[in-house]
Design a binder for this molecule. Structure first.
Ligand code: ADP
Ligand code: GLC
Length: 483
């Protein structure tokens, strides 16, 4: 079995969120079970600047989009047995400092950029298929959603053994919507502009191409697979998803414990494991100092690492923090970037409570690990969460997650209040400030009973969300004959 995987992010080369973590790990986890996995991503500026050794292939192409011709080059690198192909165009990717946005606004030519990527990647795949075909095309999120449709319309891929196309939804809210006037740039027959295909409320919706034309659909947790078939969380696509129910599978993301592990992480001031938590106390002290907070072992140090977006329920955090801080027993640290209003509000909170709140606006891998290790409690009141990785990282780092019962959070965290013998965190099920505040105060109460707290965090650390089970589930999907 030969797998071609297409995505717009891959850790450690380019990352804005959890998609990168998945593409950085899943191909390696699949490798023992398949003949090979090749990953296709755009060649971004930061990859060029990181000086990773790359080999330029002899594949070159020219892609027409509208009236413009874009030149494509292809680079290749090897990562733990995986070939990563980087699709290069200076103007569309390598020139830009950010992946999707500039100053908080989407690049106006994102459609052109990802049409170029999808078309270019498929041309590379054609050339690489000369000796042997790929059996599986696995596409992720709206940026690669055109690939199943292009595959269906391609003489080359229909001619011989057609690959099975799999489309994974990481977040249904980001659908890749563009003005109808851009439809000709997609280079597909006019009939696809109808509402039963790509048209949606006067726009073109690229995600619909993945949902309608991929043989198999997956999303990143079993609960989210159910939720997106409902009007409430289906973001306008629930009917299509429900109609494809037979081919829609929820597979929880795994955790790469070779990266996210307090026993080995090189980013920490001390390493630790569930048998010996002394290093965690050192990490807490480090974090309090880093954020200029009083070094108090008895303060409940709460924290967040997150994109600052509506999805993540940050408004709920901002609304309950003043009350929580007024107990005098709670501190709060944050690393995040995104919505500028949320960034300002968190910075204002820091100015108001300088001895209890520390805010860092930005993106930083090392600090993300240091927060996971140093805090006592991770706050994740997401309105919806397709999978969520920080709740699972927190469990491994002995930091108790407080989460809303949605999507992959509901599938991963067991509520301590209702299951005191197996609980691993605190789960609230009404999305309002009072329920969230109550959950954090319940955590504070248990934190003050040290023997109970240690049992709770040890149980969390012993949970196993490793990739092997999820990789097997993907294999089952790859082996399915579509109907
Ligand atoms: P999402 O993909 O919706 O942002 P996930 O929980 O699946 O949420 O994954 C988020 C990933 O991005 C995690 O690896 C998290 O540590 C990382 N991350 C988010 N924001 C930041 C940040 N500001 N700095 C460093 N890492 C971040
Ligand atoms: C998306 C989702 C997140 C998920 C990640 C990786 O960004 O918001 O819940 O964990 O993709 O699948």
């Amino acid at each position: 079995m030969r797998v071609a995987m297409f995505a717009s992010e891959m850790d450690p080369y380019v990352k804005t969120g959890g998609l990168a973590d998945v593409i950085g790990s899943l191909p390696k986890e699949l490798l023992p079970y398949v003949d090979n996995v090749d990953v296709f991503i755009p060649y971004y500026r930061n990859i060029k600047r990181s000086n990773i050794p790359l080999e330029q292939t002899d594949i070159n192409f020219s892609q027409k989009i509208g009236s413009k011709h874009y030149k494509g080059k292809v680079y290749r690198m090897e990562d733990s047995g995986i070939s990563v192909y980087l699709i290069d165009n200076y103007h569309l990717f390598r020139k830009r400092s950010d992946v999707y946005v500039r100053h908080g606004k989407d690049y106006p030519d994102n459609l052109e950029r990802f049409v170029f990527f999808c078309k270019g990647a498929l041309r590379v795949v054609e050339q690489l298929s000369v000796n042997q075909n790929y059996n599986i095309f696995h596409c992720h999120d709206w940026q690669t959603a055109l690939i199943p449709l292009y595959t269906k319309l391609s003489d080359f891929f229909q001619a011989e053994k057609r690959p099975l196309t799999v489309y994974t939804i990481h977040n249904l809210a980001y659908q890749g919507k563009f003005p109808r006037s851009k439809f000709p740039l997609l280079q597909i027959p006019r009939k696809y502009l109808e509402p039963k295909y790509l048209e949606s409320w006067g726009k073109i919706n690229l995600m619909k191409a993945g949902l309608l034309f991929a043989d198999e659909l997956t999303t990143v947790s079993p609960t989210y697979a159910q939720e997106i078939q409902t009007k409430e969380l289906g973001v306008g696509l629930h009917e299509i998803l429900a109609s494809r129910q037979k081919n829609l599978t929820g597979i929880l993301n795994g955790v790469d414990y070779s990266i996210w592990n307090p026993k080995y992480s090189s980013h920490l001031s001390a390493n630790y494991s569930s048998d010996d938590l002394s290093g965690k106390r050192i990490c807490k002290k480090f974090l309090q100092k880093y954020y200029h907070l009083p070094v108090k072992p008895d303060a409940l140090l709460t924290g967040i690492v997150s994109r600052l977006a509506w999805q993540k329920g940050m408004d709920l955090v901002l609304s309950v923090l003043p009350d929580l801080l007024s107990t005098g027993k709670i501190q709060f640290v944050l690393l995040g970037t995104g919505d500028s209003k949320l960034e300002e509000d968190f910075l204002a909170l820091e100015r108001q409570y300088p001895k209890q709140v520390g805010i860092k606006i930005g993106f930083g891998e090392a600090l993300a690990h240091q927060i996971e290790a140093g805090i006592d409690v991770f706050l994740m009141p997401s309105r919806y969460e397709p999978c969520g990785l920080n709740d699972k990282y927190s469990l491994k780092y002995g930091s108790v997650p407080v989460v809303y019962c949605t999507g992959g959070l509901a599938d991963s965290v067991i509520d301590y209040q209702t299951h005191p013998n197996d609980g691993t965190g605190f789960v609230f099920c009404q999305f309002n400030p009072d329920s969230f505040k109550k959950a954090v105060l319940n955590a504070l109460k248990i934190f003050q009973v040290k023997s109970e707290w240690v049992k709770l965090i040890q149980r969390g650390m012993q949970q196993d969300f490793s990739w092997s089970k999820s990789a097997e589930q993907y294999l089952q999907v790859y082996k399915r004959k579509s109907n």
